[in-house]
Design a binder for this molecule. Structure first.
Ligand code: SAH
Ligand code: SF4
Ligand code: F3S
Length: 468
């Protein structure tokens, strides 16, 4: 661990356990079994954090429910990546005035990435007086203390102080699925892409110790988990802060060597740090999904430089070529931003060209959203919204055609899938590459099992198959 990464101590964690005990005693004294509701916005990192929040709430004696109505605690775990995400949160947070009026003892918390922005915290402090507590991602581990403070004093709590961040091991976790699990391998981001708020709200990159990740994955596999996704904003820089010489590929190889029947996935990979070693490691193990989420964001080199992405379109193409040489069956997905400040139509068309050249299996497309405090938000942005929307539509049309063509190519093939659930009368499954396969008429006893499936049909977003 380097000097900037602090590990939350056992003493600090034990103090949280004592607060959980205080809260349990508080409810026992009232003769009531309390209920809690946790709503998650944003990415898998937040999903993973919410599972920890639910774990802590269960330790405090709360039963989890799926509505804010009559809940004793409501937690909104929020996302700040685009303005639209924030607006949704403010709208839903405002509506909690009514649930609280019906249940005045309700405690309402806002946490996650929005809570890492001073202007948001100030707005909640002044205008959302029904909110009892705010805590940034850096303070997640001490949620029991914050909750206890609101219960025991009736006062509002604000734990939003900034910092490089820390690592808390061994927090309780209440997982949503019995099959799929998130495992954070690192937190924070050092890349400061000029449009992005994440480094400001999640602090600096810090990696968990390899043995801690290994222990968690080993225990998950022993518990029957089959599909394990390693999380980090940029997993490729895993280990750089540990100073142990191990990189993300080494971590992947070590995890893939654990005994058991499971599939490892990971996200996200930054192209500037994806290496041939990573691709060869993926190719070498049947336990590592042949899927990489490798966002290119834009296809024009001026825009890429203005975004501070530190690669060119040609470098990205070469990287993808190298990855596909190692794994011909590779499923490639990416994120793209349309309408970065100052982007011209010709520059946008370079993105379209890259989309056609790379032929991703799926793209996550976004219209640029200015984030206060980021360098890009200060750039002139002359393109009109209507024009950006037209570009966005062209991009989506191009990718939908490519996705559909790629899906059609699966028809007639047999793939190993993990059957993971049931929806609209059909079983659902995922390929190693993460493609959704619907299995109409299949036996529900297959849920939770890997099985070969013949692909019989395809659409833009999903495949249809038949288990063999
Ligand atoms: N760490 C990941 C993703 C973080 S956010 C990575 O580097 O790829 C997920 C995606 O949201 C980004 O890849 C980007 O495409 C998009 N995004 C981030 N900030 C944005 C903004 N200000 N406006 C629009 N899209 C944004
Ligand atoms: Fe944001 Fe860039 Fe970090 Fe991803 S790598 S979280 S886009 S700053
Ligand atoms: Fe994720 Fe949104 Fe935060 S994308 S890291 S929850 S800003």
């Amino acid at each position: 661990m380097n000097s900037t990464t602090t590990l939350i101590t056992n003493q600090q964690l034990q103090a949280q356990q004592r607060r959980c005990g205080d809260i349990r005693a508080y409810w026992e004294a009232q003769g009531r079994a309390p209920a809690a509701f946790v709503e998650t916005y944003g990415c898998q990192q937040n999903e993973a954090d919410s599972e920890r929040i639910r774990g802590m709430l269960e330790q405090c004696g709360y039963t989890l429910q799926d509505t804010a109505e009559a809940a004793d605690v409501v937690v909104f775990n929020t996302c700040a990546v685009r303005e639209h995400a924030e607006q949704r949160v403010f709208g839903n947070l405002g509506a909690l005035v009514h649930t609280k009026r019906r249940h005045p003892a309700q405690k309402i918390f806002l946490c996650g990435c929005m809570a890492g922005q001073p202007d948001v915290v100030e707005r909640v402090r002044r205008s959302y007086l029904h909110v009892d507590g705010v805590f940034s991602t850096h303070h997640l581990w001490e949620f029991p203390t914050l909750l206890w403070r609101t219960l025991s004093t009736g006062r509002r709590v604000f734990a939003d102080a900034d910092g490089p961040g820390s690592i808390a091991e061994g927090l309780p976790v209440s997982r949503q699925s019995r099959l799929k699990a998130w495992v954070s391998v690192m937190y924070g981001c050092n890349n400061f892409c000029t449009y992005c708020i994440v480094p400001y709200v999640r602090g600096r990159e810090r990696s968990r110790r390899m043995e801690d990740v290994m222990d968690e994955v080993r225990a998950l596999v022993e518990d029957g988990y089959k599909d394990i996704t390693l999380l980090g904003q940029n997993v490729n820089s895993y280990g750089q802060d540990l100073g142990q010489g191990a990189d993300f590929s080494d971590l992947l190889s070590a995890l893939a060597a654990l005994p058991g029947d499971f599939l490892l996935r990971f996200m996200t990979s930054h192209p500037k740090d994806a290496t041939p070693k990573l691709f060869d490691t993926m190719a070498a193990s049947p336990r590592i999904a042949k899927h990489i989420h490798l966002p290119f964001q834009a296809g024009n080199d001026r825009v890429l430089a203005a975004m501070n992405r530190r690669y060119t379109a040609a470098q990205y193409l070469a990287l993808v070529e190298r990855a596909r040489a190692a794994m011909p069956e590779l499923v490639l997905t990416s994120d793209v931003i349309v309408g970065f400040p100052g982007e011209t139509e010709a520059e946008f068309e370079d993105t379209l060209r890259l989309v056609e050249q790379v032929r991703c299996d799926a793209l996550f497309t976004f219209i640029y959203s200015p984030r206060p405090g980021t360098p890009a938000a200060r750039l002139p942005d002359p393109a009109e919204r209507a024009e950006k929307l037209r570009w966005f539509d062209r991009l989506c049309a191009a990718q939908n055609r490519i996705s559909e063509e790629k899906h059609q190519a699966y028809v007639g093939k047999t793939l190993r899938v993990l059957v993971d659930g049931q929806e609209d009368g059909a079983l659902t499954a995922r390929t190693g590459g993460g493609r959704l396969v619907r299995l109409p008429g299949a036996d529900p006893a297959l849920i939770g099992a890997f099985c070969p499936a013949e692909i019989t049909g395809a659409a833009t977003w999903s495949l249809v198959g038949r288990p063999l």
